[in-house]
Write a protein that binds this ligand. Structure first.
Ligand SMILES: *[C@@H]1O[C@H](CO)[C@@H](O)[C@H](O)[C@H]1NC(C)=O
Ligand SMILES: *[C@@H]1O[C@H](CO)[C@@H](O)[C@H](O)[C@H]1NC(C)=O
Length: 372
């Protein structure tokens, strides 16, 4: 009798302890979520259990820890106020700018509130406007679709950042035209705290279909985004782009034409993905440069002489919703109102692709459409 209970007691304790352990493990893996469970365990124990859960994140590499701490600190550093905030207009072009005389009208009377930077990748430009004299930066070859396009963008940003008065940075092409007056563009970009970077999730072949698992672990497919190349960046974001090398290198190596038998274009994915990952509420998710993809061809619609009229410009400037369409068979269309400082506002400040033949018509229309 004495001997039996001596044996039984530890067995009983072991069983009890095991049961408690199993219970704790189950609760640990499936923490109580509904209010009844929380009531039974009392709300404080619910919090304890969720606090106990290990962070779901994998262990970060040294490079990622370093990159993230730099990005986070730059995002938390308020930008330095300058007495004379300026906008940097950065032109990415093979050579001369077809619309220089139109831009000349745009800039007239606003000296001191802007700077111009030109990356001419093929031919030294001929200038028609004194605002554009001596604005070329050191350039290099740009291969369409390759990382050299992003390199040219970074070169423009680095040069434009040298001027501490530059607070907002606009990337434009030689086929871009202004849709608004300088004052309108200036207020639109300076008096807001976001960058206008186009970014949306496209599950189709021209979106996630271009993602490569080689981007793991730093860039996950669920974060992969697509967007038009033509961005505007606030100063803080421009500095972050220059500071980043880790994520840039991932896109350079694994988002390129012919990657895994598919064509990935870094200039359409790197910044939309990068800012979606690190500052999603700091980007507008649409581009302020209008382009018309409605013809569903490989290239967007080009506006020629027969297309350009005051009515066309009025139509483009009255758009207040941005539209995104997925590239899969479902072609899901998402329409989002363009919100500027919490108010629904026209989406577009610039437009492309305008053919050089439209220059004189656009110059003639400029004073009419900028006073509407
Ligand atoms: C942009 O989209 C992301 C989701 O992808 C969202 O979290 C963010 O709030 C959006 N930005 C703005 C300014 O609405
Ligand atoms: C402007 O928009 C109206 C209404 O959507 C359309 O009927 C017209 O064809 C457009 N005009 C131009 C020149 O784009």
């Amino acid at each position: 009798m004495h001997r039996r209970s001596h044996l039984k007691k530890p067995t009983w304790i072991i069983i009890l302890v095991s049961l408690v352990c199993v219970f704790l493990v189950v609760v640990y893996i499936y923490p109580p979520r509904d209010s009844t469970a929380c009531y039974i365990f009392s709300s404080s124990s619910c919090q304890t259990f969720s606090r106990w859960r290990p962070p779901p994140e994998r262990e970060l590499s040294d490079e990622e820890i370093a990159a993230r701490v730099v990005i986070k600190n730059l995002l938390n550093t308020p930008s330095i106020e300058t007495k004379n905030p300026k906008i940097a207009f950065m032109f990415l072009s093979p050579g001369s700018l077809a619309f220089e005389r139109l831009w000349d009208k745009f800039f007239q009377g606003h000296e001191g509130k802007f700077s111009i930077h030109i990356h001419a990748s093929k031919v030294k430009p001929v200038h028609y406007s004194h605002y554009f004299q001596n604005c070329e930066i050191h350039s290099d070859k740009v291969d369409w679709g390759k990382i050299s396009m992003v390199d040219a963008e970074k070169r423009l940003l680095a040069n434009a950042l040298k001027d501490p008065d530059n607070q907002h940075f606009v990337l434009l092409s030689d086929s871009c035209v202004p849709l608004r007056s300088f004052e309108y563009v200036y207020s639109y970009l300076i008096y807001t705290d976001v960058s206008f970077i186009d970014s949306f999730e496209d599950p189709g072949p021209h979106g996630n279909g271009r993602y490569s698992d080689h981007m793991l672990p730093e860039v996950e497919k669920k974060h992969f985004r697509k967007g038009a190349q033509w961005f505007t960046l606030k100063r803080q974001h421009a500095i972050i782009v220059i500071a980043d090398s880790l994520y840039y290198t991932k896109f350079k190596d694994y988002c390129r034409p012919g990657m895994d038998g598919r064509n990935c274009y870094a200039y359409e994915h790197y910044l939309p993905t990068f800012f979606h990952m690190f500052d999603p509420s700091g980007i507008a998710n649409w581009s302020v440069t209008h382009v018309d993809w409605s013809e569903r061809k490989w290239h967007p619609k080009s506006y020629g002489l027969k297309d350009v009229s005051l009515q066309l410009i009025k139509n483009l400037t009255s758009i207040t919703e941005s539209v995104h369409e997925t590239s899969n068979e479902k072609r899901v269309t998402t329409i989002t109102p363009c919100m500027w400082n919490g108010m629904n506002r026209p989406c577009y400040l610039f437009a492309r692709k305008f053919l050089p033949e439209t220059l004189n018509t656009m110059i003639n229309l400029y004073s009419s459409y900028t006073t509407i």
